[in-house]
Design a protein. Structure first.
Length: 421
């Protein structure tokens, strides 16, 4: 299994974003990227050519994109307070999908990168981007704001879509997280908010506390909240026996950082990975909190650190683990213009690959695993989910997770592939 990655494809200058790319998201149907002006673009995952035109539900920078477990539904949120839910299943099928090699299908291992390059070289013969039959239908739901002064809910600065249920988390001023409906009928309506003052009580300087980043565990049971002062709060998401009521209970506070937290991610081994402006990435074991049971921990209990990853010379902007490496490989992007891959299976944990770009790298995402097939389907509001907890993984190297994409200050989206495929 090769842990070295090579630059493979990038968007063309005329099709790229005109402002920095703040968020990127790889779904089963397309790669979505969002920029500082509020524009979203969709890219063919085999060629990085423009896949289709998209509606523009936001008027300002979109700094959060998150997906459900099957990467079909995407939640976007903007600095203007607007939140939108996208159904990428309504995007046009790409040429690779028509040929039976859509992302997630079993394509011949040896032809993967060759086919990618051939299609990219033939880009000049394609007559413009594909257009969805009804582009406006791709945006399933939208709200201008979720703020409510009476309920203590601030504008959404960062959001995260629940992996299986029609609900999303939001945070902003005060770092007090809230849960909102992701259903068509009442999109954005408040369903739960953390108890007042719990975040403020756990923070040494609550006057300037601001929620900067959210991450939901793959099982949907834990919510991590990163803040402007460096603290990370870990909450338990609870749901009533009748499936109606929700709760947010503060479990643990992590106080390893003193500068703003910009990156959060849960990996497959129940590590919470935190990236910060102090140039350090920390790992925290959340297995005990996920399993629950016993006495509830104190709201001010401090969590421990498994490891600290050092090597970046700029702010840590994003962190994601490879979906088919079972938590072994974590990728980080930084304002130092690099992407670093870390092997968490070795001691000491170390950087095994560094990719360098010409400008700051703001975001990163891995190619997702195939959607689950043949399982029993459940309905959660307006969204279909599969009951199985994990997708099958490839036995040959990193398999479907052997590629990732980045977005950065120059407005380009770039793709990297494993040197072993």
């Amino acid at each position: 299994m090769s842990l070295q990655y090579l630059a493979d494809l990038e968007t063309t200058p005329d099709a790229s974003h005109s402002t920095p790319v703040l968020s990127v998201c790889w779904t089963q149907r397309a790669i979505l990227s969002a920029d500082l002006s509020g524009a979203l673009k969709a890219w063919d995952p085999t060629t990085l050519l423009a896949a289709c035109t998209l509606p523009q539900p936001h008027s300002n920078s979109v700094h959060a994109l998150s997906t459900d477990r099957d990467t079909r539904y995407v939640l976007s949120s903007s600095i203007d307070g607007s939140v939108a839910l996208w159904d990428t299943g309504l995007l046009p099928r790409t040429a690779s999908a028509e040929a039976g090699t859509e992302e997630g299908d079993a394509a011949p291992q040896g032809d993967e990168t060759i086919g990618d390059q051939v299609e990219h070289d033939a880009a000049s013969s394609r007559q413009g981007p594909l257009v969805a039959a009804a582009p406006e239908e791709v945006v399933v739901c939208r709200t201008d704001t979720i703020a409510s002064s009476s309920d203590g809910v601030s504008e959404a600065w960062s959001t995260a879509l629940h992996p299986t249920l029609p609900v999303f988390a939001s945070v902003g001023i005060g770092a007090r997280p809230s849960l909102h409906s992701a259903s068509r009928d009442d999109f954005g309506s408040l369903v739960a908010i953390s108890p007042p003052h719990t975040a403020a009580a756990a923070a040494p300087d609550s006057s300037s506390l601001f929620g900067t980043k959210l991450a939901l565990h793959a099982e949907g049971s834990l919510l991590a909240v990163g803040t402007s002062t460096g603290q990370v709060f870990l909450y338990a998401l609870g749901q009533g026996e009748d499936g109606e009521g929700w709760s947010l209970d503060l479990l643990t506070t992590y106080a390893d950082h003193a500068l703003p937290v910009r990156a959060l991610h849960f990996d497959a081994k129940d590590h919470l990975v935190v990236g910060c402006d102090d140039l350090v990435v920390t790992l925290h074991d959340v297995r005990a909190q996920r399993r629950g049971g016993g006495d509830a921990p104190s709201a001010t209990r401090l969590g421990g650190t498994v490891a600290a990853l050092q090597g970046h010379r700029g702010w840590i902007m994003d962190v994601k683990s490879c979906p088919t490496a079972q938590g072994r490989i974590v990728a980080t992007s930084s304002t130092d213009r690099t992407i670093k891959l870390w092997d968490l299976a070795v001691t000491p944990k170390s950087c095994v690959c560094t990719c360098t770009e010409l400008d700051e790298v703001w975001c990163i995402d891995w190619r997702p695993t195939p959607p689950l097939r043949g399982g029993q389907e459940e309905r959660g509001g307006d969204r279909s989910v599969w009951t199985a907890t994990t997708a099958s993984t490839s036995t040959g190297g990193l398999g479907q997770g052997s590629k990732f994409v980045t977005g950065g200050h120059d407005g380009r989206v770039r793709m990297y592939r494993s040197a072993g495929v």
